[in-house]
Structures are given as C-alpha cells and as structure tokens.
Design a protein around this ligand. Structure first.
Ligand code: 5MM
Length: 331
C-alpha cells in the first residue's frame, strides 16, 4: 500500500480541543472481537459479526447522543461495517455530530523479562493502517497500555511509554489525533498510595517518551485512570479520589497538553461520575478534563437491549442518560 502523508497538522489541536471540550466526552465502544463477544454472551446474546454490528448501531444512533458525546471509538471490525441503512459507520458518526475514532493497538503480550508485566503490540505496519483509517474518515485513534500495580516497573513503564510515543508521532504525521492511554488497572486490593505511585511512574515516563519523540502535546488527548484504591480494597470518597488524581496529574502532565479524558476502569457509573464532578470542583487545572468511558456508559444499555429489537429504544435512552450524567459532571 502507498502511504500518503497528510499535511493538515493545524487541525490536530482543534480536533483535540473538540474531543475534550467541557460538557461532552468520548464513548469507548472499541472492545476487541473477543471482549465484545464475551460481553454479548454474558447477556445471553449469541455472539456474531451481525450482533456486534447491531449493538454498535444501537449506540451510535441513540437520539441525543451528540449532546453529550463528542467522539466514539471503535475497533477495526466496526469501523469497516455499515449501518442497516447502508452508511459506513464513520460517515454516519460524522453526520450524527460525533467524531469517529479507531483503536489501533492489537492487544497485549507478556513483556520479555518483565516479571509478568504486559506490553501493547501493534506498531508493525501502523503507518499504512493509519493512512487507510484517515482516508476512511478517522479523526482520532487510541492505543492502550495496561499496567498492574503489582507488576509495573521502570522498565515496563519505559517500554510501553516508548510504544505509545511512537504510535502518537505516527498518528500526528497522518493528521489523526492520538489518544494515549496508560491505564493502571484498579483490579486488586491495593491502597490509594500504591495507585498514585504506579500512575505517577507510568505518566512521568510517558511524557518523557512523548517529548523525545517530538509529539506535539497540543494535538493529543491523554486517557488516564482515576487514582483509586483497588476495587477489592477499602473504598475512598470521590473527594479523596479527585484530590489524589489531581496531585498525580499536576506533578506529571505538562500544561501544554490539549486535554484529558478519563477511563472508567470498571467503577460504577455513579462513582466515576462523582469523581469527575469532584475533579471539576478542584478549580485551577491547566487542561480541559472530560470522560472517555466504556463500561460506565454502555453496560446498562447492553443489559437492557439483550439482543431484542423491541428493546432498542429503551436501551438507547439508558445509554444517553449515562452519557448525560457523565457530561453534566464536566459542566
Ligand atoms: C471498550 O474497551 C476497550 C477495549 O478493550 P479490549 O481491547 O480489551 O477489548 C478499552 O480499551 C477501553 O477503551 C478502556 O479500557 C476504557 O474503558 P472503561 O470500561 O475502563 O471505561
């Protein structure tokens, strides 16, 4: 494939601002085929390409979605599918007022000599894939590095930060805004301090790598975790989570970053929206802050749908209500 480099770099900052502008956020509907299939099966819905497509169509066509959602992330399968009216998903998203995004990492493997830590794969051939996604309307992309509090080391933070930086630099060369996601998982029984330490290491190393790769921070979106105790540990209040998160971000994230869009990490919709609201109350932040939630927005809607066409409207209402809750937390 011939790689055509796009030169419309000035639009990167505008797109990143649009994605993180207060009041709206990003819907992460980019589950891999394996994850999406297992989520469907958990609801008793037979997993198939058609079922995955119908579910993503339900999400993007929900009335009022664009009041609260600025962008949607899909995996490669959805990005290449058509709605039942024949429109390709990326075209339909733009016509519905939502920017289309594409997950371009290809998953994780064990980092060699990494003591159990993971490395995210997908750099091979990435330039050609980005050129194709850009031609098909992608406004932004996503790459997720995954860290566990128990196994993160300076080496695993460096290896994943380096991959994220190479991905981000390539995206910008193709006129696509990169979402960089260094997720410290909240599974486990660790305390808030352990999450803060792991998140600081991941973020400090990431921004060092982004600087070395010459990535323009005004044209990227950071997708971090909230700094929380592990889901199996003693819970902290939203105020405590917001204060700890703000401290870590203030210490590690340059003020020139375009914006931040948090992941939900398996927390409930109410809890994660409350943390977002508290963070907004914190006042002086140099960057816009919004959401890029997956499960916290869609889990209720998927359960309400259950694969039955008669439940589509009710499921869409539930989805938009969750998006409204998240959007209002940023206003
Ligand atoms: C929607 O899930 C995304 C892809 O997961 P897999 O590749 O493992 O199937 C995931 O990257 C997601 O975008 C982020 O983790 C944020 O989602 P949550 O549910 O944590 O808000």
């Amino acid at each position: 494939m011939t790689t055509t480099l796009r030169t419309d770099l000035p639009t990167l900052a505008g797109t990143a601002r649009q994605l993180t502008h207060a009041g709206r956020g990003i819907l992460a509907a980019d589950e891999s085929i394996k994850t999406m299939s297992s989520r469907l099966e958990q609801q008793g819905i037979p997993a198939s390409e058609a079922a995955r497509r119908d579910y993503r169509e339900l999400l993007i066509t929900a009335e009022g979605l664009s009041d609260w959602v600025s962008g949607v992330i899909w995996s490669d399968e959805t990005f290449g599918q058509d709605l039942s009216d024949g429109r390709p998903f990326p075209q339909a998203a733009r016509e519905l007022g939502v920017l289309p995004g594409i997950k371009v990492d290809t998953g994780t493997s064990k980092l060699p000599n990494g003591g159990g830590a993971l490395i995210t794969e997908g750099l091979d051939g990435l330039g050609d894939r980005l050129a194709s996604y850009a031609d098909r309307g992608a406004a932004f992309a996503k790459w997720r590095a995954v860290f566990d509090v128990a196994t993160i080391t300076p080496y695993s933070a460096r290896a994943n930060g380096h991959a994220l930086a190479r991905y981000a630099a390539l995206c910008q060369r193709h006129g696509i805004v990169p979402i960089v996601e260094p997720e410290v998982l909240c599974t486990g029984g660790h305390d808030l301090g352990a999450s803060a330490q792991a998140s600081s290491l991941a973020l400090r190393t990431l921004f060092d790598e982004l600087a070395q790769a010459g990535v323009d921070l005004s044209g990227i979106v950071l997708k971090p975790n909230f700094v929380t105790p592990g889901l199996e540990g003693a819970p902290a209040t939203a105020g405590t989570v917001a204060a700890a998160t703000f401290r870590v971000l203030s210490d590690t994230v340059p003020a020139s970053l375009a914006g931040i869009a948090f992941l939900s990490g398996g927390q409930s919709t109410a809890d994660v929206c409350e943390s977002l609201r508290e963070l907004h109350r914190n006042g002086d932040r140099p960057w816009p802050v919004t959401f890029s939630f997956g499960r916290a927005l869609v889990s209720d809607a998927l359960a309400a749908w259950g694969g039955d066409v008669r439940n589509v409207a009710a499921a869409q209402e539930i989805l938009v209500a969750n998006c409204r809750q998240a959007g209002q937390a940023t206003r």
